[in-house]
Ligand binder design. Structure first.
Ligand SMILES: NC(=O)c1ccc[n+]([C@@H]2O[C@H](COP(=O)([O-])OP(=O)(O)OC[C@H]3O[C@@H](n4cnc5c(N)ncnc54)[C@H](O)[C@@H]3O)[C@@H](O)[C@H]2O)c1
Length: 345
């Protein structure tokens, strides 16, 4: 059989509006997409090198991160996420993060799409958090009091994904250093029609002690929660912002990550704990290990999920968006984007 010659795919640009339309209301399906991607990654059918951080001497609070990746399975796609974090945007009412995702054709290497990706990033983060909340709480009473520690855009997406995948709460706690953020998040909760009682906590300790599911989504650069007694009721903790918890909290908990090598980098709390103890004994496994039954989560300790955030998840969700937009014939193709297509002209 002769192989058909390779062709260059058309290049499409997908706006945030189209991305949102493709993802809106599909929380259950997107959690399944993310879980399948963790399984592929755990089985070795992916390439996900370390993220690369661009930092600026004149803007120390800001950074840009590149996440190249490749996944197999049905999605089978290569690509790159390029995401900026500018925390000072928030004071002007702008989101902290902005991003694009490039999808590359695995046959020719040609990029075939550029997608607005802050929504994809928040979506894959929230889908992974909702998955972890489910798997980590299976051996204990299902949490009914959730506490959001840090109440920005990521917290909002995680709440949407928890409710969209069947969680309901008697009580929703909120704690944020910024009264504006706490008020904005409360407004969002009220508008979303959530049934739970909403309590804004001035005190971090009170929020944690009153929540059996705690979501950290701050922008803290170093640990600021270090009293293990606050966790004496053994909550499930989604440590999405990665740098909030002091090593002694992790040492008293069951620790689950998305990828061990990735997570032990960039001064995350697990990285600090490894540096302190000189070993990785405090890490119990990955979410894939939990899903496959290789690790069980005891109910008599806090259970902490610290996901570094893998580029393969962005690719999987981005490819899902691309396929949906293509299926509904709404791809905006840029004609002649690649112009030099014959080697000798
Ligand atoms: N692990 C992952 O895969 C992943 C993915 C995306 C985002 N994140 C992280 O999620 C975090 C939140 O992102 P966002 O876009 O919602 O940011 P955001 O700026 O919109 O919101 C962060 C909120 O945290 C509050 N805050 C900061 N420090 C605090 C503290 N010590 N105590 C209480 N509140 C505090 C801020 O006032 C703000 O309201 C970031 O750290 C980001 O890096 C992680």
């Amino acid at each position: 059989m002769t192989e058909s010659p390779l062709t260059v795919p058309p290049f499409a640009v997908i706006s945030g509006a189209r991305v949102r339309a493709a993802l809106h209301g599909r929380e259950k399906h997107l959690v399944a997409v993310v879980e399948e991607t963790y399984r592929l990654h755990g089985a070795g059918d992916s390439v996900n090198p370390p993220s690369s951080f661009l930092r600026f001497p004149d803007r120390p609070a800001s950074r840009m991160i590149s996440l190249p990746a490749s996944i197999g399975g049905e999605a089978r796609v290569d690509g790159l996420k390029w995401i900026s974090s500018f925390p000072e945007n928030v004071a002007s009412g702008l989101p902290r993060a902005s991003a694009v995702l490039i999808l590359n054709d695995p046959a020719t290497g040609y990029p075939f799409a550029c997608l607005e990706s802050s929504i994809i990033s928040a979506t894959r983060t929230a889908a992974s958090a909702a998955s972890a909340a489910d798997w980590l709480s299976r051996g204990r009473p299902r949490p009914v009091r959730v506490g959001f520690f840090g109440a920005g855009l990521i917290a909002r997406y995680i709440h949407t994904f928890l409710e969209g995948t069947g969680w309901s709460f008697d009580e929703i706690g909120v704690h944020d250093l910024s009264a504006d953020s706490a008020a904005g998040f409360r407004r969002y909760l009220e508008q979303s029609g959530t049934a739970g009682r909403i309590i804004v906590h001035r005190s971090a300790e009170e929020l944690i002690r009153q929540s059996d599911l705690v979501v950290f989504a701050t922008i803290a650069g170093e640990p600021h929660v270090d009293d293990p007694s606050w966790f004496a009721h053994n909550p499930v903790v989604l440590h999405i912002s990665l740098r909030d918890l002091a090593p002694r909290i992790l040492l008293a908990s069951t620790n689950i990550v998305d990828d061990v090598e990735h997570c032990l980098h960039a001064a995350t709390s697990p990285h600090l704990t490894e540096q302190l103890t000189g070993n990785r004994d405090f890490l119990h496994g990955t979410l894939d290990d939990v899903m496959r039954g290789r690790v069980t989560i005891p109910a008599d300790r806090p259970a902490v999920f610290s996901p570094f955030g893998l580029g393969v998840l962005d690719l999987a969700v981005g490819k899902y968006v691309y396929d949906e937009v293509a299926r509904s014939r709404q791809l905006q193709v840029i004609d002649d984007f690649f112009h030099e297509l014959r080697r000798y002209g």
